[in-house]
Structure formats: C-alpha cells, structure tokens
Design a protein around this ligand. Structure first.
Ligand SMILES: CCCCCCCC/C=C\CCCCCCCC(=O)N[C@@H](COP(=O)(O)O)[C@H](O)/C=C/CCCCCCCCCCCCC
Length: 218
C-alpha cells in the first residue's frame, strides 16, 4: 500500500497541511510566504510517499520551494514576508522578467506563480476527492483537475509524462489511508474544512497577480 512506503518522518498528515494553509493568511488577508512554502513542503512529503514515478514532479516542486526559501533567508528576506510585499518589492526594483526570461529568470514572482497554478490543481483535485464515491478513480480525478489547470501552462512532453504518472496513483481507499486522517467520513469532513482556506489563499493570490498583470510571467 502507498502509505506503508513512507517512513515516520516522511508521513503525511492532511491535518498538518490544513493547519499550515490556515496560518498562511494574515488578519488583513495577506499571504505569508513562509507558511505557503511550508504547506507545499507538506504536500511534497505526501507525493514522495507515492513512489519514485512522481520524482520528476516532486523535484520541480522542491526546486521552486527552495528558490523561495532562499529569498526568505536572504539579505532581503524582510521583503519576502508576504506574497504582497514580495510582489511590491520585486516590481519596484525591476527584479521580475515580465515578457521573456532574461536577467531575473527565477524571480520570486514567477516562481510562486508556478506553485500558485499548482494550488488551483490541488483545489480542483481535493474537491473531486471530497465529492467522490467508492467507485471513483483517483487517476481520473487527478487527470481532470490537471487538464483544467496546470496542463494549460505545460508543453506536450510534460503533459504526457504527468498523464502517465497519474495512471499509477493508488486507488481511493489506499489514497485515503495514506492521508492519515481516519475513516473516509473523517477525510471528507477534513477536506470540507481545508478547501475554503485553500480557495481563499488561491483567490487572494490570483487577484493580486491579475492586478499587477503577472499571471503570464515567462
Ligand atoms: C490530500 C491529498 C492531497 C494531494 C497531495 C498532492 C501532493 C502534490 C504535491 C506536489 C504537487 C506538485 C506541484 C507541482 C508544481 C509544478 C510547477 C510547474 O508547473 N512546473 C513546470 C513549469 O516550470 P518552469 O519550467 O516554468 O520553471 C515544470 O515544467 C514542471 C515539471 C514537472 C511536472 C509537473 C506536473 C504537475 C502535476 C501535478 C499533479 C501532481 C500529482 C500528485 C498526485 C497526487
């Protein structure tokens, strides 16, 4: 079973991720970058426990997380406390390649945008999972969610590789088990709690990026 391949320190718990995304939002609805990145770290742990076929996805996510962590820990870390402050700082200081990758190929803004698009995939996938039945296939739910979100930004070769990886996803019961939350009813309840928070983080970021015309960063 997928869950049994994870060692204790790798074990995923949806509750923890839920808590991390809860902590993402400040009182005035800014998105804390540190918590956002921590949320992704938790999800990557889960992905790793599903097997090496997802390694290329996990590697890309880890690279992007690391880029953001480096900014957070860097000399201008105080400008990266929230996504809002990061956008302002990078735009004010012309640190973002707006039309084609050039002198700032890995800006915080473009790196976060990739994870932001993946957050939409997550939102769609979790919603399908929440409303699924015993007969539903995780591979189909995952592929549909991917096609409606991330796939729109990926070249053919990446779409093909992702599609093949989805085929080996564990079935719904094993998937629920590896989520480490409890019986299916409890998983569904947890998803019902997690989704509004994830949606809110997504919406706030989407509006911020739209406002600054950053949704198509190369
Ligand atoms: C309770 C269940 C929760 C589900 C937990 C899911 C865990 C998912 C963890 C991580 C998801 C990976 C996030 C992937 C970020 C992809 C960012 C991206 O779009 N990168 C591409 C573009 O980058 P640049 O070239 O512009 O720098 C890059 O080309 C991507 C390469 C890798 C392929 C990405 C495929 C993404 C599929 C996402 C579905 C993950 C399937 C998880 C199955 C549960």
């Amino acid at each position: 079973m997928a869950g049994s391949v994870a060692s204790d320190d790798q074990k995923f718990c949806l509750t923890e991720v839920l808590d991390t995304f809860k902590l993402c939002l400040s009182e005035n609805k800014e998105v804390y970058l540190e918590q956002y990145v921590a949320g992704w770290r938790g999800l990557v742990k889960f992905l790793n426990s599903l097997g090496s076929v997802f390694g290329f996805i996990s590697k890309d996510a880890v690279n992007k997380i690391q880029v953001l962590v480096n900014y957070l820990n860097g000399e201008n870390g105080s400008q990266y406390i929230t996504v809002q402050s990061m956008v302002k700082y990078e735009l004010d200081n012309e640190l973002v390649d707006l039309t084609k990758r050039g002198s700032h190929p890995d800006s915080g803004c473009r790196t976060l945008l990739r994870l932001h698009r993946a957050l939409r995939w997550l939102e769609l996938f979790l919603e399908r999972l929440r409303t699924s039945t015993e007969e539903s296939k995780t591979s189909v739910m995952c592929a549909e969610s991917y096609n409606e979100s991330l796939a729109l930004h990926h070249p053919w070769v990446v779409r093909k590789a992702a599609g093949m990886a989805f085929l080996v996803l564990p079935g719904r019961p094993a998937f629920f088990e590896v989520m480490n939350v409890g019986p299916p009813e409890q998983v569904v309840a947890m998803l019902g709690e997690a989704l509004p928070l994830i949606s809110e983080v997504y919406q706030i970021t989407e509006e911020l990026y739209a406002q600054h015309l950053l949704l198509d960063l190369p």
